[in-house]
Design a protein around this ligand. Structure first.
Ligand code: NAP
Length: 352
């Protein structure tokens, strides 16, 4: 047996997960001499994607949602894990290949049975495209941004778009596409370093730090004529202010509501006050999941365009890398608390 450190989901948090109680790092062991599972394969893992949706799966299993609750005592499930194949019992997956596992444990080594083969993506390295881009712009996050902005937002040159959590994984992608397509792009962020990033690196038209300025004042100041598209990653007060400032026939893309994910059981959710704008301004407000067919249909176009834009340098793939499994808990909480800039990723080992 060799050491196999893993990021473990220990118990259901009530409110913010408590390190050492709800989330830990433990050695779960790995038998490097064992054959791969029948029809399956084994991997040494390099990178694990963090996503806010992981917090939603740390819940009482009796509460239904679009993805099952995680099991306590097991590694935290990640949407995507990148690793190298060590041994394989399936002809489609070969030793030494770089693969992306979907819905897999946050662990240093994995043994996957045959059911994992059909969801495993073999990554052919492309010049100028970092491996981590397959967790961000070219992964689930990028698909979320590309598909929903086009399908629900229906952006047109000159439209005013407001994006919340604009320096995060989804936000940085939505913003860069919107800049590229000639929109007037406004970002809301939680610190000045992020504001500098969206304005100077990503070339947003404008932005504000919602922790320093009243959200209502900032939106009035930066979008005096109103908003055509609101890309909502956060919910809460910013959603309410956006509703009050939408233009007639505006579109609201409901991607997530991270401001609520760590609410304790007895917390009363933020109550939206400006709902009347929906009818008065004839708004369209649509939620989605990245694997919905109308979003997933943008996959080919996303893959082609975004690969080209990363390669020609016109698109930035900015990651926040947490180094080492020992720091897994802090990297995850850092994402939820707004301490990370770009796509949050846990690096377990250097790719060989
Ligand atoms: N519908 C789907 O299929 C789908 C798929 C992927 C992601 N999502 C959703 O998209 C959203 C963004 O995900 P991501 O992966 O791109 O995460 P992310 O933006 O990289 O990280 C989360 C960010 O949320 C902001 N935030 C945290 N708490 C906040 C609060 N109370 N108020 C305002 N902002 C807060 C922080 O940025 P600041 O420092 O700027 O506040 C933080 O950096 C999440 O809601 C996620 O659940 C949905």
């Amino acid at each position: 047996m060799i050491e196999n450190k893993a990021f473990i989901y220990k118990s259901i948090p009530d409110g913010w997960p408590v390190p050492g109680q709800d989330l830990t790092v433990e050695d779960i062991g790995f038998d490097e001499n064992a054959p791969p599972p029948k029809g399956g394969f084994t991997t040494k893992n390099y990178y694990v994607a963090y996503d806010p949706s992981q917090r939603g799966r740390m819940r009482d299993p009796s509460i239904q949602s679009y993805s099952p609750a995680m099991k306590t005592g097991e590694p935290v499930i990640s949407v995507s894990v990148i690793g190298k194949v060590l041994k394989s019992d399936d002809p489609a997956i070969k030793e030494g290949q770089i693969v992306m596992l979907q819905g897999s444990g946050s662990e240093s080594y994995s043994a996957k049975d045959e059911s994992a083969v059909k969801t495993t993506q073999i990554i052919e390295p492309k010049e100028g495209v970092p491996l981590t881009a397959y967790l961000g712009l070219l992964g689930m996050t990028g698909m979320t941004a590309y598909g929903s902005l086009h399908e629900i937002g229906q952006p047109k040159k000159g439209d005013v778009i407001l994006i919340s959590a604009a320096a995060g994984a989804v936000g940085q992608m939505v913003g860069q596409i919107a800049v590229r397509e000639g929109l007037h792009v406004i970002g809301s962020v939680g610190d000045d370093r992020k504001l500098d990033f969206i304005l100077h690196d990503l070339k947003f038209t404008s932005g504000f730090n919602y922790k320093k300025e009243s959200i209502a004042d900032a939106v009035k100041r930066l979008a005096p004529e109103g908003i055509d598209i609101f890309y909502d990653n956060v919910g809460g007060e910013l959603l309410d202010v956006a509703l009050a400032n939408m233009k007639v026939f505006g579109r609201i893309i409901a991607c997530g509501s991270i401001s609520t994910y760590n609410n304790a059981k007895d917390t009363t959710p933020y109550g939206v006050k400006n709902y009347a704008a929906m009818v008065r301004r004839r708004l369209r407000w649509q939620g989605f999941l990245v694997f919905d067919p109308n979003i997933a249909q943008w996959r080919k176009e996303r893959d082609e365009n975004v690969t080209e834009w990363i390669q020609d340098g016109s698109f930035k793939s900015v990651d926040h890398i947490t180094e080492g499994m020992d720091n897994a808990v802090q990297g995850f909480l850092g994402m939820l608390k707004g301490q990370n800039l770009g796509k949050s990723i846990l690096k377990i080992a250097d790719p060989e």
